[in-house]
Ligand binder design. Sequence first.
Ligand SMILES: Cc1ncc(COP(=O)(O)O)c(C=O)c1O
Length: 385
Amino acid sequence: MLMDQQCLFTPGPTPIPERVKHAMNQPMIAHRGSAFPMLLENVSTRLAPVFGSKNPVYLISGSGTSALETAAANVIEENDNVVVIVTGAFGERFASICEAFGANVHRLNIEWGKTCCHDDLENFLNSINTKIKAVFATYCETSTGIVNPIRDLGFVTKQKTEALFIVDGVSCIGAVPMDMERWNVDILVAGSQKALMLPPGLAFIAFSERAKKVIGMCSTKRFYLDLNRYIASYEKEKSTPFTPAVSLIFGAQEVCKMIEDEGFENVIKRHHLLKNMVRAGFTTLDLPLLTCDDDASSTITSVITNNEKTKQIKSGLEKKYGITIAGGQGKLKGEIIRIGHMGYCTPFDILKVLSGIEMTMHDLGITNLLGKATSKAKEVWIHAL
Ligand SMILES: Cc1ncc(COP(=O)(O)O)c(C=O)c1O
């Protein structure tokens, strides 16, 4: 068995297209030289439609968490009241970051596996009798595989408060719709190693004019993640205040080309198809899905593996077939498996991972399932053509 072919189905990092690898191999350029401003401006403006932003997207060298921290550090002042919608491990992380910056965090806790709906947020905001500086939400909650209805949540935030609406889009931006202005999103953050088909190491942040004013006035101590430095450097010379991850930015430029070549609407549709194929496949394997169809992300699928045999699927799949998927996180550790299907992922890739799962289940003694999930997924695909 050739085990060196990449079969990565984790919800980040994700596979890197050859043409992106090639772009990242270009000779290094000086970030204070003449070529870099063109590169940065090109990437920042071409990413804007993917972020649904009217303004350029800012790039910071760091993982997704650095983008989350940037959003908090540039808005929160000690003792500010903020609401954090917690639908899983990453909502919890946003809440912890806000606490680290001295905020009074009002957690809106939602059962893991469910989304926060319009009424949940409306009722919660009604119950708080203090001025809220910002509402934080997670677009795709990677630990469970749900997508929160950001448009509705932005609407309620705007209707009920003067707070900024700040969204973690790390595990879905590049694969899902977004319209920052219409949806009232003031700050949107993402990471490179998910639907944006890049290696880990770049954080992206887009913000509204309203957020820019708050960022400009925020007196919280910060240095590397001070967005005012990035804004000044971009506006003055289309550069970054500190040495940027140039190779990753070359890669990001190629990613923009790939998204434009396919058409962003088609990218979104492809992810829908991948979601529908995976979900239909699993329904034939007697493995319950954690989320309902409407709440489920088009980038990640979580499947309940709550008996001794199914708990071994993840390790069997990796050891024997070289296919890597993810397990559960936090409260769901040991309870679920998660299949990432975002970025550089095709319907044939879905047939591959489903085949591997059928075969692993067979190896574990769960027989009579060979071909079931893949047939169902193929039906979904062929009907979508
Ligand atoms: C929704 C979400 N937010 C934040 C992060 C943190 O990103 P990183 O691990 O790149 O710091 C992740 C990573 O999986 C994520 O999925």
